[in-house]
Design a protein around this ligand. Sequence first.
Ligand code: MD3
Ligand code: FE
Length: 232
Amino acid sequence: MRPQTFQLGRENERMTTLSLFDAERSDGGVDELCPGAMVLRGFAARRERELAQAVDGVARAAPFRHLITPGGYRMSVAMTNCGDVGWISDETGYRYEACDPLTGERWPDMPEVIRELAREAAMRAGFERFAPNACLVNRYEPRARLSLHQDKDEQDFSAPIVSVSLGVPAAFLFGGLRRKDPTLRVPLTHGDVVVWGGPARLRYHGVLALKQAEHPFAGALRYNLTLRTAVT
Ligand code: MD3
Ligand code: FE
């Protein structure tokens, strides 16, 4: 199937008012949001069981928790990590750490099914040998949201980021390189995998408040796995 291409920029304001994607489309299609950002629709769906088991295993060793932002707010998204380092936030700032502050232990190993899926997705998007060493696992309850931000705590911006969405669909916001740039609204549904790299790597993005919904796989919840080369 030919990728659909959407340009950000002057056209963007008008495009945000259109329904760009069929949220039900999980047929293996590919959408290019802009140079460097590719949505692989349904790419993770056939491994949903293994992925769910992997996430359960990680959460048994490193429980989901609501981190505190440097501004003192409790994040509505619950998080945990696996891999060599994990992303954390507290009163003093954001950073990657090798140990879970909750348990004092190393974060659990990155399950092979997660690593392999991310490598294959990156490959499909044109990034050879993606070697993630951090996987942030986000869990959204109804009304949980992630405000507009850049991912810039990593040491290597030349590596892409791969994100895997599971469970209840969400509206993802995709902006530009400045916070005030217009944003594109992209539905991300169960099994969708997005590869963000190259010129898209430092774009602002966020997730709108999760709607109350039921997914046969995850109940009322949405999970997102974000794989990164965080340390070099
Ligand atoms: C666009 N999580 O944890 S990753 C995050 O749905 C985060 O939970 C999103 O943003 C979520 O930081 C999905 C999507 C993502 C990641 C990196 C990007 C989008 C990006 C880098 C550049 C542009
Ligand atoms: Fe992010």
